[in-house]
Ligand binder design. Structure first.
Ligand code: HEC
Length: 170
């Protein structure tokens, strides 16, 4: 009889630990759940690591960013190709929004301009191991196409135009 009670207690403790672990893991990633239209939708919040990073304060191009050019770069598969991984609400008329990365809805409110610049220039600095490309970074490229050897994926002005666009997504 005593052994059975012990077994049950052990099982209860194991389940409790697993649940607690999952909750801690989810909150560490900044994931929270919001009930929407009868089901739970995953909503990304800023990971703590990035909130601590001041980002890149100085613009990488001399000319101020242009929001509408930024919007085009985000949609253009030959440039930013951001839509291949992200849902971008202001580009609702474009088909095929990706869901590999978080939705960019509200990023202008979640991050400062400097942090948004950092994410585009080199997201590895704030999201270690991320699959998002470093758009304005030339180190450690291996076997890239000839057109990209020693060159970043985007031009300096493209980076500033994207920042100008992302800032407005509040
Ligand atoms: C190959 C997929 C991929 C592409 C292409 C991509 N991203 Fe991302 N992006 C991600 C992932 C995944 C994350 C989440 C960070 C992580 O890895 O934890 C992310 C995160 C972000 C974030 C932070 C979002 C948040 O709420 O924390 C921003 C802003 C962002 N990306 C902007 C862009 C822009 C702008 C482009 C195009 C220039 C782009 N991304 C292209 C995969 C991608």
């Amino acid at each position: 009889m005593q052994r059975r009670t012990l077994k049950k207690t052990k099982l209860f403790l194991a389940v409790l630990t697993a649940l607690l672990g999952a909750t801690i893991a989810a909150s560490a990633q900044g994931v929270c759940k919001k009930k929407e239209a009868g089901y739970f939708k995953l909503v990304m919040t800023a990971p703590a690591a990035l909130l601590k990073s001041p980002g890149i304060e100085s613009p990488v191009a001399p000319v101020l960013g242009d929001r509408s050019r930024g919007l085009q770069i985000a949609a253009d598969p030959e440039k930013g190709a951001c839509l291949s991984c992200h849902n971008i609400p202001p580009l609702a008329s474009e088909p095929n929004h990706g869901n590999l990365g978080p939705s960019l809805e509200g990023v202008g409110a979640r991050y400062t301009e400097a942090q948004l610049r950092q994410i585009i220039v080199n997201p590895q600095a704030v999201f270690p191991g991320t699959i998002m490309p470093a758009y304005y970074h030339t180190d450690a490229w291996t076997r890239v196409g000839a057109a990209y050897v020693g060159k970043p994926i985007l031009k300096d002005q493209d980076v500033e135009d994207l920042v100008a666009f992302l800032k407005t997504m509040r």
